[in-house]
Design a protein around this ligand. Structure first.
Ligand code: NDP
Ligand code: BG6
Length: 524
């Protein structure tokens, strides 16, 4: 092969030499970034659902894909009087149940699993835990570095954080500790006031750089891709503003109902459960300006600007911008399912919303006048999370003598899940003698040409926390702005004399409480 051939890429384009080199560099950079510091992951709530279904399977998957540090340990803690073997057996069953795939490495991984019973509000219990953790450090050479993961009901977050502080486990570089990080599961409070209070308690024991507030949506591959798509390409960003975009729809539709979480959900409802966190993050990623560098604080600063620009809803006319619904009985995938009020542990006259559609505006230069429609609901027709960018009509239709005024608009869809796709619809001429247009779609499947290991959202969160990377975690100022926007809306809906009056019921398996005409009217 001569020198010239070596420099040609597959299309034979000699000018693509630099491009081919870039691809090589990127491919190398795409292997799992193994955390360098050894550490122990301490899971509180180790007997619970999240630990069994997500945390331990994720840790195991990281282990078998070489994503854990060389020296690591996991210590499960809960009130259950399990032995180490009981915990290991329960976790083995859990991992097999969620079908992680290859379990051949379990017998190696399990050696790192230990268990320590704790009483969440008892200081001696944490002092005992501190001793166990020091022994773990010695046995596994984990150098006192620890992630404390609170897989617990939110009512226990403050107690556990305070106890860790009092037992000397939160301080870094003392008492045999290396670094020390705490992971808080959502929800961070149930309104602005409780979110501030939770934060104040956390800060009694932990500094901000030690706190990781999880939003598993941020760790989804396709969600991470939103910024890459927007700011890694030159051709979309010039159009990404009020001059070209008519409106944006952010949809998170689920087919599942409340499942076994009625106790929590009855108190939360869809606005706290999905809007305060996941929907707000999707909005921020879609609307934010580019930071100067892809670095955690700069990205989080730009998101903050979006939350600062949120225009408060007019509470006197809230029904113009907000539709709330609750699922009734119906069918999902051909199976009969009960209505929300018939679910176990749900009150028979519950007014908790399971569906919301909200119109929001951002008061800034880029987005003035562009409505963002946020919609999320349980027991809808199909599971689908997507961000749809609807562009404006062409400014002038030169085809009007043949086609009339209307030409279908361009639409860009960022499929988050389960369709992990990017789709762009545009107009082409229909082949043939008659002159007419047709809408066609160009699409990209996110996993095309990729066969490497994929990180589940919880794997990514755990990995980033072990690496000390805050990029995909909430910062407190953003949490507070998100609550500042939503708390008055929630109060207005919950604290009125008749909280059920704006609730509209929909059949499970439908697309929510609005007819297609009503929906069109809401969006127009
Ligand atoms: P669980 O209800 O399974 O509770 C976890 C553990 O906490 C239990 O095993 C129990 O352990 C302890 N616990 C539960 N209730 C009490 C109580 N009243 N007093 C003292 N201890 C209690 O919760 P999950 O694992 O489902 O969720 C944990 C956290 O993760 C929550 O904040 C949840 O919002 C969040 N989350 C969960 C998801 C999931 O899919 N499960 C998804 C997203 C977030 P023991 O009694 O043995 O001490
Ligand atoms: C959780 C909510 O945060 O997200 C659940 O508490 C919801 O109610 C879930 O079902 C949706 O997550 P995913 O990843 O399935 O879209």
């Amino acid at each position: 092969m001569d020198r010239g051939d070596k420099n040609r890429n597959q299309e034979g384009d000699i000018f693509a030499k630099g491009h081919a080199r870039d691809l090589g560099v990127r491919a190398q950079a795409c292997v799992i970034d193994t955390p360098v510091d050894p550490c122990t992951v301490v899971i509180f709530g180790a007997s619970g659902d999240l630990t069994a279904r997500k945390l331990v399977p994720s840790l195991y998957n990281l282990y078998r894909n070489h994503g854990l540090p060389n020296r690591f340990a996991v210590v499960g803690c809960s009130r259950k009087t399990w032995t180490r073997e009981d915990f290991q057996d329960a976790m083995e069953r859990a991992v097999k149940e969620v079908e992680v795939g290859d379990t051949s490495k379990w017998s190696e991984f399990v050696r790192a699993l230990a268990y320590q019973p704790v009483t969440y509000d008892s200081l001696p219990s944490y002092e005992k835990l501190a001793t166990v953790l020091r022994e773990t450090d010695e046995n596994h050479k984990t150098e006192g570095n620890r992630v404390y993961y609170l897989a617990l009901p939110p009512s226990l977050y403050q107690t556990v954080a305070e106890m860790l502080g009092q037992a000397g486990l939160s301080v870094e570089g003392e008492n045999g500790n290396g670094w020390s990080r705490i992971v808080i599961e959502k929800p961070f409070g149930r309104d602005l006031e409780t979110a501030v209070e939770l934060n104040q308690t956390l800060h009694k024991s932990f500094k901000e750089h030690q706190i990781y507030r999880i939003d598993h949506y941020l760790a989804k591959e396709t969600v991470q891709n939103v910024l890459v798509f927007r700011f890694g390409n030159a051709i979309f960003e010039p159009l990404w503003n009020r001059s070209y975009i008519d409106h944006v729809r952010i949809i998170a539709a689920e087919t599942i109902g409340v499942e076994h979480r009625a106790g929590y959900y009855e108190e939360a409802g869809v606005l706290r459960d999905m809007f305060q966190n996941h929907m707000m993050q999707l909005l921020a990623l879609t609307a934010m300006d580019p930071p100067s560098l892809f670095e955690a604080e700069r990205v989080r600063d730009e998101k903050l600007e979006v939350f600062q620009a949120l225009r408060p809803l007019n509470l006197d006319k809230i029904d113009e911008d907000l539709i709330l619904g609750q699922y009734g009985p119906g069918r999902i995938g051909g199976e009969k399912v009960p209505g929300y009020r018939e679910e176990p542990r749900v009150s028979s006259d519950s007014v908790t919303p399971t569906f919301a559609l909200m119109r929001v505006f951002l008061d800034n230069w880029r987005w003035q006048g562009v409505p963002f429609y946020l919609m999320s609901g349980k027991r809808l027709a199909r599971k689908s999370t997507e961000i749809v960018i609807q562009f404006k009509q062409v400014p002038h239709s030169m085809f009007r003598p043949v086609l009339g005024e209307h030409i279908a608009v361009n639409r860009l869809t960022l499929g988050i899940q389960p369709d992990e796709k990017i789709k762009l619809t545009f107009q082409t001429k229909n082949p043939g003698a008659t002159f007419c247009l047709r809408s066609v779609t160009m699409d990209f499947d996110y996993h095309e040409n990729y066969a490497g290991p994929r990180l589940d959202a919880y794997e990514k969160c755990l990995l980033d926390c072990m690496q000390g990377d805050h990029m995909l975690f909430w910062r407190q100022d953003a949490v507070e702005l998100s609550w500042s926007f939503l708390t008055p809306i929630i109060d207005q809906c919950e604290q009125c004399p008749d909280p059920g009056k704006r609730l509209r019921f929909y059949a499970s398996g439908s697309w929510g409480p609005l007819s297609s005409d009503e929906l069109e009217q809401f969006i127009s």
